[in-house]
Design a protein around this ligand. Structure first.
Ligand code: ZN
Length: 271
């Protein structure tokens, strides 16, 4: 599933191909995405110039002269920049044809992705307005983590992955950040000290930034916009490494399902 780093990687890959370009037309091949693509959307987009791109959580924002497109990749979506005459494949659901002769093509086998448009401030859109802070926001720091976890018995791993508290920390990154911060993922969130939250907040930001620089994880169904797979997976410290030696201390990495998600940690390095 594309996570925050994959979405940001996609945004950075698209930006030079779309910024300043005019939209010739939107062609919707399959409107039945997670929410139906409005039938009047092509008329609203035709002729508009794209002024830039942005991101809020896992929503990719494509800023136009008179509004903003909100693109979600869902569970399996990809957005690629292709020559307009590239033959369509199965699960190609829409094409945003640009005056450059290229098309922004959305492919999504599971159709959990979505496409919305707003002419208002996108941050006020119902899908974005009530999202929790994300790790790169200034308010995501030790104080914030400390405050939201008082009297919370849920594990720290579950808190990091609770999208009502913080958005964009996926399973891989939660496991890796907890390893880097030396915190046992099973530890009740309310028992983590302020000092350790200080370290954790920094590690979450650092690992997500690093993942973005590396082009995201190499989940098989994710490709960079230029088609190259990421090569991040083998550089992870704990995720997917059950039974293998910890890269720091040599202890076998453990795995356990916490909150229905596979969780990996080193029993020696993380307390
Ligand atoms: Zn270790």
């Amino acid at each position: 599933m594309p996570e925050l780093p994959e979405v940001e990687t996609t945004r950075r890959g698209l930006e030079p191909h779309v910024a300043g370009r005019r939209i010739v037309k939107l062609t919707v091949h399959e409107p039945r995405l997670r929410w139906p693509v409005p039938h009047d959307l092509p008329a609203k987009l035709a002729g508009q110039r794209i002024t830039g791109t942005g991101r809020r959580a896992k929503y990719l924002l494509i800023t136009l002269e008179s509004g903003t497109l909100l693109v979600h990749l869902g569970m399996s979506g990809t957005l690629r920049v292709l020559a307009a005459d590239t033959p369509r494949m199965a699960h190609d659901h829409y094409d945003l044809l640009l005056e450059s002769g290229r098309t922004l093509r959305f492919n999504d086998p599971r159709r959990f992705g979505s496409l919305h448009y707003t002419s208002e401030d996108p941050q006020l859109h119902p899908l974005l307005a009530r999202l929790a802070p994300e790790p790169f926001d200034r308010e995501f720091d030790a104080e914030y983590l400390w405050r939201i976890t008082r009297r919370r018995r849920a594990s720290i791993k579950q808190v990091l992955m609770n999208s009502r508290l913080v958005v964009g920390v996926g399973n891989i990154y939660a496991s890796e950040a907890l390893f880097a911060a030396g915190i046992d993922p099973r530890r009740p969130a309310g028992s983590v000290s302020r000092a350790r939250y200080q370290r954790l907040a920094g590690e979450v930001k650092r690992i997500l930034a690093w993942a973005i620089e590396r082009g995201g994880t190499t989940l098989r169904d994710f490709l960079n916009p230029d088609g190259a797979p990421g090569y991040f997976f083998r550089e992870l410290f704990v995720y997917g490494r059950e039974g293998e030696p910890c890269k720091v201390c040599g202890s076998p990495i453990r795995q356990q399902v916490i909150g229905q998600r596979s969780t990996f940690w080193c029993p020696s390095c993380q307390k």
